[in-house]
Ligand binder design. Structure first.
Ligand code: NAD
Length: 441
């Protein structure tokens, strides 16, 4: 079996490489020439643990290749996956489907036989039908089949998530039964290695598959937002959010994951997918008020983090140097999309602070998104040196191990805002810091 993957970003590259690892021949079609050149030269344009090994092994084995020429490969493949970006459209919160429909038209233009076309991008309900309509309209003589196969991998653990997922969702357009049966058979064949490890495979219609992805992301975003509100309540009444989260999470109906209080969710998925779901639901006349509240609370929370830092600095940051540890939206990625660090740093600089930042992997991606005045340090220790205050924004493991005494020796001031609760409050206070974390006494 041979497939093409349009889009060599986080999802296209990881899933393409993993399908190759399963034994399928994969050609990744990437339009960005710099990315393509890097991939062809054997370097990985994103930071994702383990990805380099799996890409190089499968490239060497001849199962994984990269091109920008869809026309040159389309006749040799059984299926084309669309894994392009679906960012928020300006103005109304809907997903911008420009790249998805452009990829669809490219498939229609270049195909000379009917193919299975699969949306792997996160796309609103109705997109799969529209993809099918475009294909029919552009090439009525060819029998295309369409499937939706949303991706649930998490950046930072993407390979493990793809190879051992909790489930695979496959939505099939069964409006033409023969094509539907063909699509199901191909998708089952592609995921055969996961059948062997008894991964639940949920076969549904197109709309259900599309909605399942948004529902799952919105639920997780809601869970994070819920624990963030409980953390604020802990601060107000003197509780400890770690114990509350543990006590809640041990209930198997709730589960322990995604109960970590922090500075508000960011990243390339939760913010845009929650916004898109509220737009889809409003348009469908079935508004999702829980998700709408989640979006609004999270936005407020991200802005409120700057107030916490300012309060910790005795009401003003003007002229003060603030060390920021962690810029990416979570550890083990270089992804800066909608990271909490962005509004925080912009605001602090607007208030007259000097920022010294360090992130193990995210500084290259952060530079174009942050004010020029930000100084980038080469280590956490260097960022802390002579700082009046320090803020932890991403829970990279290497930050957890920093000894309070070393920080104390490096810093000028004593204020620490740990927005990821990575340090022990007692140890930090014993070392002489004014330490504030989230939802803990
Ligand atoms: P990305 O921006 O990292 O990658 C998209 C890639 O597609 C880019 O490299 C772009 O150059 C390329 N591209 C766009 N149009 C093209 C075309 N016509 N031909 C060839 N290449 C083209 O995006 P991503 O993070 O991989 O996300 C892709 C989709 O997967 C989105 O819908 C996203 O919501 C979804 N998703 C992302 C994650 C994640 O963790 N990043 C997880 C699950 C689902």
């Amino acid at each position: 079996m041979r497939i093409a993957m349009i889009g060599g970003g986080y999802v296209g590259l990881v899933s393409g490489a993993c399908f190759a690892e399963f034994g399928t021949d994969v050609v990744i079609v990437e339009a960005d020439h710099d990315k393509l050149a890097a991939l062809r030269a054997g370097s990985i344009p994103i930071y994702e643990p383990g990805l380099d090994k799996i890409v190089s092994a499968n490239t060497a084995a001849g199962r994984l290749a990269f091109t920008d020429d869809l026309a040159g490969v389309i006749d040799s493949v059984d299926a084309v996956f669309i894994a392009v970006g679906t960012p928020t459209r300006r103005g109304d919160g809907h997903a911008d489907l420009t790249y998805v429909y452009e990829a669809t038209r490219q498939i229609a233009r270049h195909a000379s036989k009917g193919l299975l076309v699969v949306t792997k991008s996160t796309v609103p309900v109705g997109t799969g039908r529209e993809v099918a309509r475009i294909l029919r309209e552009e090439r009525p003589e060819l029998a295309f089949s369409v499937a939706s196969n949303p991706e649930f991998l998490r950046e930072g653990n993407a390979i493990g998530d793809f190879m051992r997922p909790d489930r695979v969702i496959i939505g099939i357009d069964d409006s033409a039964p023969d094509q539907g049966a063909h699509a199901s058979a191909l998708m089952r064949q592609l995921y055969r290695p996961l059948y062997l490890i008894e991964t639940p495979i949920v076969m549904t219609g197109l709309e259900t598959a599309e909605l399942t992805k948004y529902a799952a992301n919105a639920f997780l975003a809601m869970k994070v937002t819920f624990i963030n509100e409980m953390a604020d309540l802990c601060e107000a009444v003197g509780g400890n959010i770690h114990d509350v989260a543990r006590g809640m999470g041990l209930d198997q109906r709730i589960g322990r994951k995604f109960l970590h209080a922090g500075p508000g969710y960011g990243g390339s998925c939760f913010p845009k997918d929650t916004r898109a779901l509220t737009a889809i639901a409003r348009d469908a006349g079935a508004p999702s008020r829980l998700v709408e509240a989640t979006v609004a609370i999270n936005e407020d929370r991200k802005s409120a983090m700057a107030e916490r830092v300012i309060a910790l600095c005795d009401g003003t940051v003007r002229g003060k140097t603030i060390a920021i540890l962690g810029l990416t939206f979570k550890p083990d990625t270089d992804d800066m999309r909608e990271a909490s660090s962005l509004p925080l740093i912009h605001r602090l600089i607007g208030e007259g602070a000097h920022i010294k930042a360090f992130d193990p992997e995210g500084m290259r991606a952060a530079r174009p998104l942050l004010p020029e005045a930000v100084i980038y340090a080469s280590s956490a220790q260097e960022a802390a040196t002579e700082a009046d205050a320090l803020v932890v924004l991403t829970e990279w493991n290497e930050f957890r191990a920093i000894a309070p005494a070393k920080l104390k020796a490096a810093m000028r001031g004593t204020a620490i805002a740990d927005f990821r609760n990575i340090w022990d409050p007692a140890a930090l206070r014993d070392a002489g810091f004014t330490y504030r974390s989230i939802g803990r006494p």
